[in-house]
Design a protein around this ligand. Structure first.
Ligand code: NAP
Length: 280
């Protein structure tokens, strides 16, 4: 493990310490905002996670991002906000009055990316969300918090969609994959939260020609950067929001909590991360 320096530092805790874009993103903001600080990756095995988190401050860290497989335990070891509780997982830790707090920034990453790329998206009354995994929870929480009235939740394993509908209430209606064709014509917003369409995964077979003319399409997948879903939506002239935008926007809050300044998601930052993804 690396050790924190005396400057303000945050870390990403994961196991194994997978290649992550978070250091690139936070170092860019530290550099461009002229803040003396650090962001390092800490490979922490599950058996050591509790001790690591309980001694986070003693190790010199002002906070942390948490990734696989620690996100659920991070929630249990901290004081979670409503977003982290609803998602059932925490990805960002920070200290407030000495207490370790947590949130899940995928919610605002998703919503702020839509606001940036497709302003007015929240005029949609009906949304169609594909997938019912961890990312779908963040998306559902964000959509309902923003006032979307009806969300149709389509998933291969219908039990998972039903479980989320039970948790989020009557605004979320579970549906089987074969119903997607019927739901598309009234979906003002279509969101792919499955891993379909990602490199190495099967394609996402969805006919965007069935969507209304003013529909907005969001895809959480960011490898490739432009998924077939987004290409098809753009070819139809629909507004889109991509997965890389969500990834960048979700990093904003942690940085602000740890280093005291709210950073911007700039075209320069995006280009930097795009280049890194291309070389991965
Ligand atoms: P997860 O919890 O494993 O859920 C995966 C979802 O994809 C489930 O709904 C699963 O359906 C569905 N799925 C997988 N393979 C499928 C197939 N062959 N046919 C139909 N459905 C299939 O994963 P997650 O954490 O929610 O992440 C999902 C995607 O979002 C990933 O691509 C991830 O990289 C991306 N993501 C992006 C961001 C970002 O910032 N851009 C943030 C979070 C996640 P079943 O329930 O039937 O298995």
């Amino acid at each position: 493990m690396t050790s924190a320096t005396k400057t303000r530092a945050a870390c990403l805790i994961g196991w194994p310490a997978a290649h992550s874009r978070s250091p690139l993103i936070h170092h860019y903001w530290l550099r461009t905002l002229g803040i003396e600080g650090g962001y390092v990756i800490e490979a922490v095995p599950p058996d050591d996670f509790r001790d690591f988190v309980l001694r986070l401050s003693l190790r010199g860290f002002v906070g942390a991002n948490v990734t696989i497989p620690h996100k659920e335990r991070a929630l249990a070891l901290s004081k979670p906000d409503a977003r982290a509780k609803a998602v059932g997982a925490a990805n960002t830790l920070w200290f407030k009055d000495g207490e370790l707090c947590s949130t899940n920034t995928d919610v605002e990453g998703f919503i702020n990316n839509l606001d940036a790329g497709a302003p007015g998206w929240d005029q949609a009354t009906d949304a169609l969300v594909l997938g019912a995994g961890g990312a779908a929870r963040a998306v559902l929480f964000g959509l309902l918090e923003r006032g979307i009235k009806q969300v149709h939740l389509v998933n291969r394993t219908i039990e998972r969609a039903r479980a989320l509908a039970d948790q989020f209430g009557a605004s979320v209606q579970p549906a089987t994959w074969d119903k997607a064709g019927e739901l598309l014509p009234r979906a003002g917003l279509l969101v792919n939260t499955t891993s379909l369409g990602m490199h190495g995964q099967p394609p996402l077979e969805i006919d965007v020609s069935l969507l209304p003319d003013n529909a907005v399409v969001a895809d959480l997948v960011y490898v490739p950067l432009k998924t077939e879903l987004l290409s098809a939506a753009q070819a139809r002239g629909l507004k889109t929001a991509d997965g890389l935008g969500m990834l960048l926007h979700q990093a904003v809050r942690g940085f602000e909590l740890w280093f005291g300044q709210r950073p911007q998601v700039t075209a320069e930052l995006r280009a930097l991360v795009e280049a890194d993804l291309k070389h991965a």
